[in-house]
Design a protein around this ligand. Structure first.
Ligand code: MN
Ligand code: MN
Length: 459
């Protein structure tokens, strides 16, 4: 019976039972590189800037219309500093299709409103509008930082970062003291802190002199001295509030990484890292770092944008290939995070179909909600291609679904890639506390996801 059981049953095991010493060393090295990337990149702009610089340092050239490309060439296109597309040209024609990995580099946060600065009761604040799906109460009473860019009156653009250097001040949203929270504690979690209460404290010291709003004036003066800003500049700015602090090892055994924005920079880095040093693949390897996934992949830098067609069309043009033929023969791994099973909240998951920490990259046949609504729903053949590719490369994988049926749901860029006539499968790193100011992932799953992206590029 034992033999029959072994022959017929699936038998997923914790990845640490098979991890070799060499793999463990590689995993630790990889996770160090990943943590450094996370410390440098808290917004899609920062991730794009980092990737442009790193790609250039590794021999990638900016793709221009009409440019000649040959096998082994490494090219990139910076989509308006907010998303980036990269490719390593394969030995086969693009008529045979490309192997694509697509992740997103935007994460939930609090964006400044266009008229953000005000003073109330001699405290200066920024008003914000949250971006993406957040539990608002999680963003009060934690250290926060200001990141972004401002297009000034004179047409110059200045980069702003406050709250990350040890000598910087941090920012904060206040919550009500428990002593006076009798009414607040009766509210539902969605209402404990409401959107218009996500006001970020900037300062309390008034300038000396007569007149109203002397604290606000003080803050504006400080911003003017450091960045040359005037209040009207906020209209032409993209300033955002994110959790302050670095990516840290978590757990006494250091097996986890805690950081803001693993969703989805953990998959973004897994795509970039193997591409940087890749020698000529059979099929052209394409890496997409998209923006705006957290709000529906819309806009010029989202995955629904024609910017992707523009990039691929230039590559196809250089080989005299029709873009539609290339898409029809391409494969895309939609690399995005899944929810790791959380024993603190077992009731939301189907244990038999939920991804777990340390079981490898989580492959997700469909996302969506309520009867797979909005899902790309990969075919048996597409799933089989991923399964075989990962097995042949010795990459540890597991099954993922996003929670119990009718419990909720979510989406990725998968549907937008599949809509283009590209065979697409979702897969990514399992995460605890997804969309919280600090999310948790396992080092082993991060490493396996990087190996999976590499295997897909080389398939
Ligand atoms: Mn995501
Ligand atoms: Mn997300």
């Amino acid at each position: 019976m034992e033999e029959l059981r072994k022959a017929l049953f699936a038998d997923p095991k914790n990845g640490y039972t098979s991890l070799t010493q060499q793999q463990r060393a590689e995993m630790e090295e990889y996770c160090k590189r990943y943590a450094a990337f996370m410390d440098a990149c808290k917004t899609e702009r920062e991730a794009t800037t980092w990737t442009v610089a790193t790609a250039q340092a590794n021999g990638f050239q900016e793709l221009k219309p009409g440019m000649a490309v040959k096998p082994g060439d490494k090219v990139y296109m910076n989509n308006r500093d907010k998303s980036i597309l990269l490719a390593v040209i394969g030995s086969e024609s693009l008529a045979k299709g490309a192997n694509i990995c697509a992740a997103h580099v935007d994460s939930p946060r609090m964006d400044l409103k266009p008229n953000p600065l005000y003073e109330d009761s001699e405290i200066a604040y920024f008003k914000t509008h949250y971006y993406g799906g957040i539990k608002k109460y999680q963003w009060a009473t934690i250290p926060l930082a200001l990141h972004g860019v401002v297009y000034r009156k004179d047409g110059t653009v200045v980069t702003v970062t406050i709250g990350e250097d040890d000598n910087d001040p941090i920012l904060c949203v206040s919550d009500l003291l428990i002593h006076l929270s009798a009414d607040q504690m009766q509210k539902t979690a969605a209402k404990v802190i409401e959107g218009e209460q996500l006001n970020v404290i900037l300062g309390t010291e008034p300038l000396n002199g007569d007149g109203a709003d002397m604290v606000k004036l003080h803050i504006m003066k400080l911003l003017n001295e450091k960045y040359g800003l005037i209040e009207a500049d906020f209209l032409s700015a993209e300033l955002t509030i994110v959790p302050a602090g670095r990516c840290r090892e978590v757990g006494l055994d250091r097996s986890l990484l805690g950081a803001y924005g693993h969703d989805d920079r953990v998959c973004a880095f897994a795509e970039i890292d193997p591409l940087l040093t890749m020698s000529t693949p059979k099929h052209t390897a394409v890496c997409i770092l998209a923006d705006k996934e957290e709000i529906g992949s819309v806009g010029i830098s989202g995955m629904q944008s024609q910017a992707f067609e523009y990039f691929m069309d230039i590559l196809c043009d250089a080989q005299g290939v029709k873009l539609s033929h290339c898409f029809a023969n391409s494969f895309c791994l939609s690399a995005d995070v899944s929810n790791a099973f959380d024993p603190n909240f077992p009731e939301v998951s189907d244990r038999r179909n939920n991804s777990k920490l340390n079981y490898g990259i989580a492959i997700c046949k469909y996302t969506g909600s309520r009867g797979k609504g909005g899902a790309s729903d990969a075919s048996a053949e597409a799933m089989g291609h991923v399964r075989t590719t990962l097995d042949n490369a010795g990459v540890l994988w597991q099954i993922a679904t996003l929670g119990k049926v009718d419990q909720g749901g979510g989406g990725t860029v998968a549907a937008y890639m599949a809509n283009r006539n590209i065979v697409t499968v979702d897969a990514g790193v399992p995460v605890l506390s997804m969309h919280a100011p600090m999310e948790l992932v396992s080092k082993l799953d991060c490493y396996m996801t990087m190996l999976a992206c590499k295997a897909i590029y080389l398939a």
